[in-house]
Design a protein around this ligand. Sequence first.
Ligand code: CP
Length: 329
Amino acid sequence: MLNIPTHLKGRDYIRTQDWSKEDLLTVINVAEELKYAFKHNEPTPILNNKTIFLMFFDKSTRTRNAFEAGMTQLGGHAHYIDVSTSQISHGESAKDTGIILSRYGHGIAIRHDLVPYEGENYMRDMAFWADKPIINLQSDIDHPTQTIADLMTIMERFGSNLRGLKVAVSWAYTRSYAKPLSVPQGLIMLLTRFGMDVVLARPPEYKLMPEIVEIGKKNAEREGVRFEIVDDMEYAFESADIVYPKSWGALHLFNNPEESLKLAKKYKDWIVDSKKMEITKPHSIYMHCLPAARGEEVTDDVIDGPHSVVFDEAENRLHTAKALMSLLM
Ligand code: CP
């Protein structure tokens, strides 16, 4: 049986920025142990008979299934709530929902990511009233269950000393819907804290939230690393160790899907292909939180090629989800 540290029991996990680096590394250490146990078919009944509620205001493949499968593997039950079929869609408050679900189970996890400046506020409101831990499954601000899995994946490839690695976090084209800003925002907040030099590339209209950029800048200053924002994907890719290109919506057009799509079409050349990968370091890795728009954000030969770690990254969603639930619940 694994020895799970108890000092994080009851904590909320809403932004990685709310947690110390040491506590984030504890999640990764526990995830590594759970990954080993899973690969060796060792049972991990850490949360026997416990219940987590998974509230989704948006769709999901990886996050939902990592938490559902993960909870089953820990001996408990994950209870999926499609918010559109609950009383929340008739206006029930975060306060009332949080108090009630706290009385029914042991943890509440929420995805609320589609409307800028709504999701995290909802989670923090619920966290104030709920007396069980709240886990952010993606908000408008951060996607901390994704970025912790990304950090674990980076450490698996490059070791624990990440100082001096160059990471290109970049916008990429898709004709799909306006995706949340939470992944690039989560990455610039987290990776700067772990000693990496971060270059954020995006077309001028695709700025991230200014207050989050400020956090990234302050983290970089504190750590003595570089954090640069450019509007040139190739410049960001030059000699990068890690590239993480993905699409997100223009903040000012979230309520205007037609204009948003029109704007994105101006930047169809923001696609990762083998030519762009050639300017990165030979050992570089290509990351994406998925789902990826093949043929728009990235070509098949890159996402299926030797630089790509996307399936390891997606797998690590399971192990980090289990670690978080084991530590918090
Ligand atoms: N990366 C990620 O969060 O995937 P899902 O949207 O499928 O959960």
